[in-house]
Design a protein around this ligand. Structure first.
Ligand code: PLP
Length: 396
């Protein structure tokens, strides 16, 4: 695949950043803005993680690390993977990446080219489609439906595979819907994929431990039958409130059977970013090995707010919202309000100061929905819901 200047015109955007910029501009003009648009925890990175980075700097860790990441950081990821999935992975399959997104980029450019098809969730994280189009491959949306609790349907996914399919992107728990795909559906999907041995899988598991009501995330790593064509995306951004640190990891197939994908991504790192900055990699170890109390406190807060959000949304005229089982987003159906979703999102920001995102920013099937991130205080969420209620009653 050789990219041209024209390919860059096919790159999309992540509208959450545009909404954030607009919300910030309105706030600067003195407007009381409540931001439910942004997909990052409103918590600070736990103190012991910050201290570990400061210590690494003081101890003189100022230089390059291996392109794949420090062995100690990769070993920490392997330990964490064993704890969360029960699966042993070798540190020689772990890549430390500058955030979650670079894994998306690496995997999609490896498999995307004109003529190839790449399947991705719709509604889903907007960068999947953007990056697929960048490579010239054909994006094939996999419908993610409210009536399935916003989970993947194995049957619907398998039915879309053709002899041109090169990669399937999965995401659970999901952005923007909060949907969690049940193990039974993943069992069925993996079984069906056995008939398509040339189709690779990118499983975006960045919200893996962010689940509620006893729901457990199923990792694709738990299926050895697809391990030699599986790339798992994960990272520190969400779980430890570290979005600005740019710390992610991914697990790749390593060895000849899998076309040495691990070595290919290592070479990409050598060419593009050399390595992730050293102090952050030490912070990453502290995040994994240190106390998890702050993560638990954050998740308890998210759980409380989730209930407040869902109850409040279902009380709005024309709005209905199923209870999300993961991540920190609610994806209410607003089709009965009479508003087009994007128009509603921008009117809410302009007229009430509530920033959120229109569903169409996440795909064709996002029409009729809006995304609220509940990474904001309970008090602000309640104020936002009140304003939304008054606005929807006024404009009925
Ligand atoms: N994958 C999903 C599903 C996300 O929602 C996000 C961020 O919003 C990412 C990946 C990217 O994470 P990072 O900020 O670490 O690049």
């Amino acid at each position: 695949m050789l990219q041209t200047v024209a390919a860059f015109d096919r790159l999309g955007e992540e509208n959450a950043f545009a909404v954030l910029a607009r919300a910030t501009a309105l706030a600067a003009q003195g407007k009381d803005v409540i931001n439910l648009g942004i997909g990052q925890p409103d918590f600070k990175t736990p103190g012991h993680i910050v201290e570990a980075a400061i210590k690494a700097l003081r101890d003189g860790h100022h230089g390059y690390t291996p392109a794949t990441g420090l062995l100690a950081t990769r070993e920490a990821v392997a330990r964490r993977t064993l704890t969360t999935t029960g699966v042993e992975v070798s540190p020689e399959t772990v890549m430390i990446m500058p955030g979650g997104k670079p894994t998306m980029y690496a995997a999609i450019v490896m498999f995307g080219e004109p003529g190839a098809e790449i399947m991705y969730p719709d509604p889903g994280f907007p960068i999947y489609r953007s990056m697929i189009e960048f490579t010239g491959a054909t994006p094939v949306p996999v419908p993610i439906r409210e009536e399935n609790g916003f989970a993947f349907s194995a049957d619907e996914t398998l039915a879309l595979i053709t002899d041109r399919t090169r990669l399937i992107i999965l995401n659970s728990p999901a952005n923007p819907t909060g949907g969690v795909t049940p193990r039974s559906e993943i069992d069925k999907l993996v079984k069906g994929l056995e008939e398509h041995p040339d189709v690779a899988i990118l499983s975006d598991e960045i919200y893996d431990v962010m689940t509620y009501d006893g729901e457990r995330h199923t990792s694709l790593l738990q299926y050895p039958e697809v391990r030699d064509r599986l790339i798992v995306l994960n990272g520190w951004s969400k779980t430890w409130a570290m979005t600005g640190w740019r710390m992610g990891w991914s697990i790749w197939p390593n060895g000849e059977k899998s076309a040495n994908l691990y070595d290919k991504v290592r070479k990409l790192a050598v060419n593009c970013w050399s390595c992730v900055n050293a102090p952050s990699q030490f912070a990453g170890i502290a995040a994994i090995d240190g106390p998890q109390d702050d993560v638990e406190t954050m998740m308890k807060a998210f759980d409380r707010r989730r209930k407040v959000v869902v109850e409040g949304l279902n009380d709005l005229p024309g709005v209905s919202c199923i209870t999300p089982k993961g991540a920190f987003y609610a994806f209410p159906n607003v089709s009965a309000t009479g508003w087009k979703a994007k128009k509603l999102a921008s009117a809410l920001l302009d007229e009430t100061g509530v920033a959120l995102i229109g569903g169409p920013d996440f795909g064709i099937l996002g029409e009729g929905y809006i995304r609220l991130s509940y990474a904001n205080s309970e008090e602000n969420i309640l104020r936002a819901l009140e304003r939304m209620k008054a606005f929807l009653e006024r404009t009925r």
